[in-house]
Every structure is written in structure tokens, then in C-alpha cells.
Design a protein around this ligand. Structure first.
Ligand SMILES: Cc1cc2nc3c(=O)[nH]c(=O)nc-3n(C[C@H](O)[C@H](O)[C@H](O)COP(=O)(O)OP(=O)(O)OC[C@H]3O[C@@H](n4cnc5c(N)ncnc54)[C@H](O)[C@@H]3O)c2cc1C
Length: 395
């Protein structure tokens, strides 16, 4: 059995950044670190999800990236006068997806992270006397003195209950195998009211499709998916002072601008609606009839929309990620959870002396930015601080 000092489960944005931090700042020796992820490459889910939307730029500013120094992405982009047009978008210097991904590649090369990638899915995890034991779907077992759960939510796209799962014309944009992009103009119904739905709709309009967009709510505009105050001490301190985890959950829910689009996207969508390029429908879908050549999407007030295919841009399920693997881990060491099912961890993001969390699983400690790139950086700070303070015995 392979025994490691550190095993990161999940090789997405969070897992890759934390690996870089452990190697670059945490005095972890490369051979002692593994990153377990089922993708052919690290960051595969990030690349699939972002390319499925057609987004050209990130929503977050350029200081949010996977390298160590805060200005690394700006430096990577080179001198302003030599930069490719569109390398950053206003406002807030948001990097292009192309630039951000090239910078991620550089981070991976700097720390030789592909060499640390163990391809596989953890299906069972338990805390033993002096290690955490992880079983993969292929039956192989790994043991690690310390584990970081960086699972993300991308393995659980949110399928509305009315959406049939067995009709190839109905697809979720964040499925593990992303939907094919329609080659010829057709009538397409996009469901969702947030930034991903907006990206998909605008991309389809550009490709001359007949696009319907169904949203539960009116267009909601926010530059970021939570107030920038959450990136500083202003709100974070209030959050930290709140010791009741159920009240923390309510603060997170209130703070996240779920289903919102940035102002420039709002303008593009309104322009498309005004020009008749986008058919906007507000309301709840009640069902879909699939027995015809065209899909018929039923909405409240007897509205029926016809389309050749449905693209669900309904985000991710909010339930705790990790499924049975995390259930087993909880049972093995009686790990504490809040009413919402999410971990109660200490300020070093420790759920157990050998188990750290990041991303959604760290939300009740890091607040509304926990799932984002900024949250990965915060998680990296906390874990590295724990190592430096000597509070991890086997680091
Ligand atoms: C389209 C899109 C655009 C976004 N844009 C921004 C942005 O501009 N700025 C920003 O800050 N945030 C953005 N986000 C939010 C967030 O930063 C991303 O969702 C990010 O990918 C989250 O990273 P992660 O590592 O937590 O999760 P994931 O990307 O989900 O990666 C987790 C990995 O863990 C693996 N995994 C899960 N379970 C197991 C297991 N049992 N065993 C092994 N591996 C496992 C998964 O397969 C996956 O590869 C965006 C999200 C999306 C979907």
C-alpha cells in the first residue's frame, strides 16, 4: 500500500492551489504528496465546465489565481504594452480564460504537479489510528498521514426534478461529458438565471440559434457572486464572531448572489431581448413532453415553449459533496456536522487532526467566498499557517 504524508482528494482549482502551497510554502517534499482525481489531467473539470459555458473572461479579478505571490498572474501576462488585446477585461482586471488557464499550466509545471497526480476516485475513506485510509474505485488503497478534502461540487450538477435524464436532447452544461455544441442553427431552450445561463445564451445567439431563456426570477445584476466586503476583514470578522454554525449558514445564503449576472452581461442580455434575438421567459417549469419531434416545455399560466433541445444551466446541487465516501469518513471518526450537513471545522480547517477541508466543505469556516478561487487561497493560508505553527505532527 502507498503511504503518503499528504493526500489531496480532488485535483480542481482548490486541490491544485493547495498542492502548490504545501510544496512552495509548507516544506512538503514532492514524493510525500499525492493529488487524487479521476480526470485525465488535473483541472479537467474546471476546463470542461468553463469551456461548456463559452465564457471568455473570469468573473473574479486578476489577484485570484493559483500561484503563490498575489501579483503572479499580472507578471505572467507581461508588460502592459506587450499584452495580447483582451488579456484582461474591465472592470477589475478580470483575466481572460485563456490567460488564466495558461497561468494554471505554469503553476503545474513549476511544482511538477502532474507527477503528483494519482488518477482515480476515492470511494471509501476512514480515519485509522495513525493515518487516513482511502480506497479507490479500482480497489487500490492509499494511506496518508494527512488528507485534504478538496472535492468541489462539480460532480453534482443540479438536475431539476422535471427534467428527464434519459432523453439525449436534454443535457446539463456541467455533465461529466459536456454536451455537443449544436452545429446548425436550431431552437434551443436554456434554463437558468445566472452567469452560466447568460454565457450559454449569448454564445448560442452569436451562432444564430433561436434562443429561449427560462429564468425563475428577473435579471439580477451583481458584479461578483458575493459582496467584495467578504474578501476583506469588514464582513469576515463579523462572520468569525458568529459562533453558531446554523446562523453562519444563513449568513452565507444571504450573502451569495446566486443566479446573478455582472452588469455588462445584463446589458448584453437586455439588448438581445430588445432586438428579438433572445426570448425571455420568467417563471417555473412544470414539465416537459418529449413524445414529439420538438420538446414541449410547460410553464405556469399554460405557457408552452417548443425547442429542439434543452440545455440546463442550473448550477450545482447544494448538498454536501463527497456522497458515501464522506459519510463513511464521518462515521469512522464521529466527525461533527451542522444541521445543513456541512463540516464543523477549526480555524485551521481541520475536521479531525488528520483531515483538512477546502471549497464547499470549508464554507462554515471561510464564509461565502469559500467555493471560489479566493476561497482556495484562504484555505491555503490556513493550512500553511497550521504547518508553520508546528501544530501538525506528521507534516
Ligand atoms: C463555469 C464556472 C466559472 C467560474 N468562474 C469563477 C471565477 O471567475 N472566479 C472564481 O473565483 N470562481 C469561479 N467559479 C467557481 C469556482 O472557482 C469553481 O467552481 C472551481 O472549479 C471550484 O474548484 P474546486 O477545486 O473546489 O472544485 P472542482 O472544480 O469541482 O474540482 C474538484 C475535483 O475533485 C474531484 N473529486 C470529487 N470527488 C472525488 C473523489 N471522491 N475522489 C477523487 N476526486 C474527487 C472532482 O472530480 C473534481 O475534479 C466558476 C465556476 C464555474 C462552474
Amino acid at each position: 500500500m502507498t503511504t503518503l504524508t499528504w493526500l489531496i482528494i480532488g485535483g480542481g482549482i482548490h486541490g491544485v492551489h493547495i498542492a502548490a502551497r504545501l510544496l512552495g510554502e509548507g516544506r512538503v517534499v514532492p514524493e510525500d504528496l499525492g493529488i487524487l482525481d479521476p480526470g485525465d489531467h488535473l483541472l479537467a473539470r474546471w476546463r470542461d465546465a468553463t469551456s461548456a459555458t463559452g465564457m471568455t473572461h473570469l468573473r473574479s479579478p486578476s489577484v485570484h489565481h493559483l500561484a503563490l505571490p498575489h501579483d503572479a498572474l499580472q507578471r505572467f501576462a507581461g508588460k502592459r504594452k506587450n499584452r495580447k488585446p483582451g488579456a484582461f477585461a474591465i472592470p477589475f482586471e478580470r483575466p481572460s480564460l485563456e490567460l488564466f488557464n495558461a497561468h494554471c499550466d505554469q503553476v503545474e509545471r513549476t511544482f511538477d504537479l502532474e507527477a503528483r497526480h494519482i488518477k482515480g476516485q476515492a470511494v471509501h475513506c476512514s480515519v485509522e489510528c495513525d493515518a487516513v485510509r482511502v480506497r479507490l474505485e479500482c480497489g487500490r488503497e492509499l494511506e496518508a498521514r494527512n488528507v485534504v478534502l478538496a472535492l468541489g461540487s462539480s460532480d453534482q450538477p443540479n438536475w431539476p426534478s422535471w427534467a428527464p435524464r434519459d432523453d439525449p436532447r436534454v443535457r446539463h452544461i456541467f455533465d461529466r461529458t459536456p454536451p455537443d455544441w449544436p452545429a446548425r442553427p436550431e431552437s434551443i431552450v436554456v434554463v437558468g438565471g445566472g452567469i452560466s445561463a447568460g454565457h450559454v445564451a449569448l454564445r448560442l445567439i452569436k451562432d444564430d440559434h433561436d434562443v429561449h431563456l427560462i429564468s425563475r426570477h428577473p435579471l439580477q445584476q451583481h458584479q461578483f457572486d458575493s459582496d467584495p466586503g467578504w474578501l476583506g476583514w469588514k464582513y469576515t470578522e463579523l462572520f468569525t464572531q458568529e459562533r453558531d454554525v446554523d446562523r453562519r449558514r444563513r449568513l452565507i445564503t444571504d450573502a451569495r448572489h446566486t443566479g446573478s449576472v455582472p452588469p455588462d452581461m445584463g446589458r448584453s442580455l437586455r439588448r438581445a431581448i430588445a432586438r428579438g434575438k433572445l426570448h425571455w421567459h420568467q417563471g417555473e417549469v412544470t414539465g416537459v413532453a418529449t413524445d414529439d419531434d420538438a420538446l414541449r416545455i410547460m410553464m405556469e399560466k399554460d405557457t408552452v415553449i417548443r425547442g429542439g433541445r434543452i440545455l440546463l444551466a442550473t448550477g450545482f446541487d447544494r448538498r454536501r459533496p463527497g456522497g458515501a465516501m464522506v459519510d463513511d469518513l464521518i462515521a469512522s471518526a464521529s466527525l461533527p456536522c451542522a444541521t445543513c450537513g456541512y463540516p464543523i471545522v477549526d480555524d485551521s480547517l481541520r475536521w479531525h487532526s488528520r483531515v483538512f477541508v477546502s471549497g464547499p466543505l470549508a464554507e462554515l469556516e471561510l464564509g461565502p467566498v469559500s467555493r471560489n478561487i479566493a476561497g482556495a487561497r484562504r484555505a491555503g493560508d490556513r493550512i500553511v499557517d497550521a504547518i508553520r505553527s508546528g501544530s501538525i505532527s506528521d507534516s
